[in-house]
Design a protein around this ligand. Structure first.
Ligand code: FES
Length: 145
């Protein structure tokens, strides 16, 4: 769902920038912020797509601003999925827990179950985990973190 909304925003902004409509009236810093948000390049994780169906792997991604982010990459229904490793409940590490039923990442701190497809917690008792956009490129994984 989030990917769809992000894609729609991207298409809209792309069209707006090409025709020079709204972009012409956007102040420079705002324009740069929008441009970097919608047109930023992914970070490539070499071998990151080598995840068997129903399993998960923990990775640390170096971001363009010099910081890093822990993510959990899994494969469900043949498709790569990625979650931010930081648990939205109380800051535990989702990537340190098992993948229950091949589709739910378990935070080991308080045993909450997050669906790797949409980040939602099984009982909706806390905010969803952040879903990271990911695409498979050969054996590598491209992530927009
Ligand atoms: S910190 Fe993850 S379940 Fe509480």
């Amino acid at each position: 769902m989030r990917d769809g909304i992000a894609h729609a925003r991207c298409v809209f902004l792309g069209i707006a920038l090409r025709v020079g409509g709204p972009a012409a009236s956007i102040p420079g810093p705002v324009f740069e912020s929008l441009r970097s948000r919608f047109f930023r390049k992914p970070t490539l994780i070499p071998g990151g797509a080598n995840v068997p169906e129903g399993e998960a792997r923990s990775h640390r991604v170096e971001l363009p601003d010099g910081s890093s982010l822990g993510i959990l990459i899994s494969r469900v229904d043949g498709r790569l999925r990625a979650l931010d490793s930081l648990c939205p409940h109380a800051g535990g590490r989702i990537s340190q827990g098992p993948l229950a039923g091949g589709v739910e990442a378990v935070c080991p701190l308080h045993l909450m179950y997050f669906n790797v497809k949409d980040g939602c917690e099984r009982t909706d008792s806390c905010a969803p985990a952040r879903v990271i956009r990911i695409r498979e490129r050969g054996g590598d994984a491209a992530v927009w973190a």
